[in-house]
Write a protein that binds this ligand. Structure first.
Ligand SMILES: N[C@@H](CC(=O)c1ccccc1NC=O)C(=O)O
Length: 287
């Protein structure tokens, strides 16, 4: 780990589409001693939470900087439109995330990172959105086809997702509402409307892994026992589901429940930062 040798160059608020909320921040490490060793690096894409109605890419800024400075990998923090007004409803959020990922895939040469090695790290609803990308592939297929204009490349994009980390994730809206009925009015209806069928069809847990374009990438599911906003059964059940039903690259799916912290507090835990970095570096060691 070349911590200290490396500087992070921030490209802030790059638009990946035309709406003011469709922006992303890129952190690109630059080795300032020796430019001749500048090798394109993998990219880690961070997706914030906030129950579809709040939140911003800045929420994961500290985690992103830690990942980038301790791995020398590029990091992208992405924004997507949130349901603050009634017209912003599912599938706007996931379509925006899919568009951002397609943009990141397409623009790797310009910013000098590798687009064949991408990692997704999502917190809370960001974990839901990351899982949707792979388990309900139509969103990323549509976005990729329109950005890349080449269906072969779309398959390559799916193949380039080399690992996913879900932190304090939601994966199953019907179960979430059974456990927390007041979430319906607070954010599920603003984000999805009132049809329970939509809650199900949008939830990764209700989709067969056979629908995925590729085998499921190595998956790290992290959930603190101290989470006061999302019950750990969300992660337990998703983990069991993936482990029992899905072909995962190298059988690599792990559930980590030993890291402390509340729903948001966990993001400040050193153990969380180190756990995410360790997962990515282990995966990178297996070319
Ligand atoms: N910060 C949010 C609450 C929130 O994010 C949240 C609440 C309950 C369950 C999950 C949540 N976030 C998931 O992305 C708010 O203040 O409305």
């Amino acid at each position: 780990m070349n911590q200290g040798m490396c500087e992070l160059k921030l490209h802030a608020d790059i638009p990946y589409s035309s709406h003011p909320q469709q922006t992303l921040d890129l952190y690109i490490p630059t080795l300032h001693n020796d430019t001749s060793t500048k090798v394109p690096t993998p990219i880690v894409i961070l997706i914030h939470g906030g129950a579809w109605v709040t939140g911003d890419k800045k929420d994961l800024e500290s985690l992103g900087k830690f990942i980038s400075s301790s791995t020398n990998f590029a990091v992208a923090l992405i924004n997507y439109r949130i349901s603050k007004t009634p017209e912003i409803k599912h599938p706007v959020h996931i379509n925006d995330v899919a568009a951002a990922i397609s943009w990141i895939y397409l623009n790797s040469d310009k910013y000098s990172y590798r687009n064949d090695r991408m990692y997704l790290v999502g917190h809370s609803i960001g974990a839901f959105l990351s899982a949707q990308l792979v388990f309900i592939p139509e969103y990323l297929i549509n976005a990729a086809n329109s950005y890349l204009k080449n269906t072969e490349k779309t398959k390559e994009l799916f193949n380039s997702i080399r690992g996913i980390v879900g932190i304090e994730g939601i994966y199953d809206i019907p179960s979430l509402l059974e456990r927390w009925p007041d979430y319906k009015k607070k954010f599920v209806e603003p984000a999805f409307g009132t049809d329970p069928e939509v809650y199900k069809s949008a939830s990764p847990q209700y989709h067969s892994c056979n629908d995925a374009v590729t085998t499921i990438p190595p998956y790290l599911i992290i959930h603190s026992l101290e989470d006061e906003l999302v019950d750990i059964d969300q992660s337990n059940n998703f983990y069991e589901y993936v482990k029992q039903n899905c072909k995962v690259d190298e059988g690599w799916v792990k559930l980590e429940t030993g890291i402390k912290g509340t729903h948001y507090g966990i993001l400040k835990e050193k153990e969380l930062e180190l756990g995410v970095v360790e997962f990515i570096l282990l995966r990178e060691a297996k070319i």
